[in-house]
Design a protein around this ligand. Structure first.
Ligand code: UTP
Length: 288
């Protein structure tokens, strides 16, 4: 059982300056909901109710978002706009949120290691809220009309239950974009569920050095031995402690499965991806 979800949310979000000067990137809204709320909803859909959030300086708005605002509640009570708080109220009631600070921003791997104090010794999920994934219905088998409405994390938990090792979500990206991602090489394990046993991983490779175009997106299930590995992991690409390097140590023992998820992902850490997500959700929600 995966009971906890870690949200590394300490990054500076420099691609969104000046918006992210005093506002956390994770609080930027797609329509009316901040990115991190979509992530928490995806975790809840996967049966997880314990949220562990790694924050940093200037990120207090995240804590306030997942808390009650008494003045606002008082102001809005009984009015026509009260329903706008329904979803966030439900999350606050259903989930617990705990926080720790990454004191120095030394990379995603370091942020995940900072979360150890909130996770402990159990397998856990990781969501990077700036990768926004939809769980809108996807036709899996048009002949039989089978439809999958599961979120990406739900799908990954099913894969974890089968393999009991770390799982990374992957998607094929254009070859000229491999330098934005961790990229894997692997052996196909099961064609029907699109799983690969990872044999190699490279962080942000030049297209000419990339082993494949199968890129890791911001969803992971990690076994807790990752913390000991991260403690020993030296800074890699860009001088940051990379989760890809730590996962490679697990992959060398055959302990990482890559899963080609069903659904759609928007890279909301980039302006292009953010605009695409906004358009997509606007069109999906029109008329609601
Ligand atoms: P990014 O690579 O998107 O970096 O981090 P960033 O700082 O958020 O954004 P840019 O590139 O400057 O625009 C991927 C994820 O890892 C987290 C980020 O918050 C984001 O969710 N992260 C990254 C940390 O929590 N700590 C770090 O030191 C680095």
């Amino acid at each position: 059982m995966i009971k906890k979800c870690l949200f590394p949310a300490a990054g500076y979000g420099t691609r969104f300056l000046p918006a992210t000067k005093a506002t956390p990137k994770e609080m930027l809204p797609v329509l009316t909901k901040p990115l991190i709320q979509y992530g928490v909803e995806e975790a809840v859909e996967a049966g997880i109710h314990t949220m562990a959030i790694v924050t940093g300086r200037g990120k207090r708005a995240i804590e306030d978002h997942f808390d009650i605002s008494y003045e606002l509640e008082h102001q809005i009570k009984g009015g026509s706009k009260e329903y706008l708080l329904d979803e966030i109220r439900a999350l606050i009631t259903e989930c617990t949120f705990s926080y720790t600070r990454q004191v120095e921003m030394k990379g995603l791997g370091h942020a995940i290691l900072s979360g150890e104090t909130l996770i402990g010794n159990e397998p856990f999920a990781v969501i990077l809220a700036d990768d926004l994934c939809t769980n809108s219905p996807v036709i899996l088998d048009s002949a039989r009309g089978s439809i999958n409405t599961k979120g990406v994390l739900s799908q990954m938990i099913e894969v974890y239950e089968r393999y009991q090792c770390s799982i990374v979500a992957i998607e094929e990206v254009p070859m000229d974009q491999t330098d934005k991602y961790g990229v894997i090489a692997g052996d196909l394990v099961d064609r029907t569920d699109d799983t690969y046993r990872v044999t190699d991983m490279v962080e942000k490779p030049d297209p000419k050095d990339a082993p494949t175009n199968m890129a890791i997106i911001g969803r992971y299930i990690l076994t807790p031995d990752i913390f000991d590995i991260l403690r020993e992991t030296k800074p890699g690409k860009n001088g940051e402690v990379q989760i890809t390097d730590a996962l490679l140590a697990q992959a060398k023992n055959g302990k990482v499965i890559a899963y080609k998820f069903k659904g759609k992902r928007f890279d909301c850490g980039s302006v292009d991806g953010f605009v695409q997500a906004t358009n997509y959700f606007y069109n999906e929600n029109k008329g609601n």
